[in-house]
Design a binder for this molecule. Structure first.
Ligand SMILES: O=C(O)CCC(=O)C(=O)O
Ligand SMILES: [Fe+2]
Length: 315
């Protein structure tokens, strides 16, 4: 099925089981669309059939239950390298979020669940694990299509094996509860390869297009937004665009959003097929987590591309 455009200009790509068979013409078309969307927009909306409507409803119920825990409990989500609990920051009082590392593994979700509910929460643990694995499947499909399109398939397996996922549930309170402060997330690029966003009914995300225009992203709970991060931009030797984005709440409703980040364990290197006269090597090899640490150390302009400063050649 050909990519269409949402009213907010972002491409919509159908990644459903029937166009997922490698080698078929619909597969090849989808690979091309995915690559084009990531190079030109840095993001696209996915219509998928992995996560059912039932699971969508359950996950947002559970995320709400999580945010309803006392602040002292949520503060136990106190991670080293990834962001743990963030909430009640003076300049962003409407933002609250938590981090669940290794979320596609039973151990990862179990450890987080036990931290939040010492006497256990089987439903949370099982549902989050199922959900994260399904969304990660969509992420891997996108990687598969990108690698196919760039002719770098020989690296796909080791890339997927080295990928680790962090789920960040986010909650934004209505601005009217906080002196009309409406900024939910400052302008930034993600440090991941890919981030997949899934929100409840409330829109608030703005994305910067390549031409500098900021657009409001409008999407329903049945679609996911795929956004390229700095790590994919560098891996692709600057072909993929990692767009800046921000969250500004306009509606006086609570917004819940799940962000699934994919990071690469170990060094990331531009594949040799992506280096030529027109595309001389633009990034030195880098460690994805060191890139994230560098960003979180506040040593750099948080609103600009971190990867160019961190490991760009001629930056
Ligand atoms: O809430 C959103 O829509 C985006 C969140 C985000 O950009 C992030 O957590 O990196
Ligand atoms: Fe982000």
């Amino acid at each position: 099925m050909a990519a269409s455009q949402s009213p907010c200009k972002i491409p919509i790509i159908h990644i459903k089981k029937d166009n997922l068979k490698p080698g078929t013409s619909s597969w090849k078309t989808s690979c091309h669309e995915v690559r084009h969307a990531l190079e030109e927009y840095g993001c696209f909306l996915v219509v998928q059939d992995e996560v059912s409507e039932q699971l969508e409803m359950e996950i947002f119920d559970l995320v709400k239950e999580l945010f309803d825990l006392p602040k002292e409990t949520k503060s136990k989500n106190n991670l080293d390298i990834f962001l743990g609990y963030v909430g009640q920051i003076p300049h962003a009082p409407i933002h609250e979020s938590l981090g669940i590392p290794n979320v596609t593994t039973f151990e990862g979700v179990r450890d987080f669940t036990n931290l939040m509910w010492p006497s256990g929460n089987k439903r949370f643990c099982e549902t989050v694990l199922t959900y994260a694995k399904l969304v990660a499947k969509v992420e891997q499909m996108v990687d598969n299509m990108v690698f196919e399109s760039y002719g770098t398939m020989k690296y796909l397996e080791s890339h997927i094996e080295s990928t680790t996922y962090v789920l960040r549930p986010l909650k934004y309170s209505p601005p009217e509860m906080h002196n009309s402060i409406d900024i939910g997330a400052d302008v930034h690029t993600d440090k991941s390869f890919i981030t997949i966003l899934h929100q409840n009914q409330v829109n608030a995300l703005k994305v910067e297009l390549r031409n500098g225009e900021w657009i409001d992203v409008d999407f329903s709970p049945t679609s996911f937004l795929v956004i390229a991060g700095d790590a994919y931009q560098a891996w692709s030797n600057d072909r993929i665009y990692a767009p800046r984005h921000t969250v500004i709440m306009k509606e006086n409703k609570e917004r819940y959003c799940n962000a699934l980040f994919s990071y690469h364990n170990g060094m990331v290197k531009v594949p040799e097929m992506l280096i030529d006269e027109q595309h001389p090597l633009a990034f030195k090899p880098f460690d994805n987590f060191d890139l994230l640490r560098f960003y979180l150390s506040n040593k750099t302009d948080m609103s600009a591309s971190t990867v160019k400063v961190y490991c760009g050649i001629n930056a």
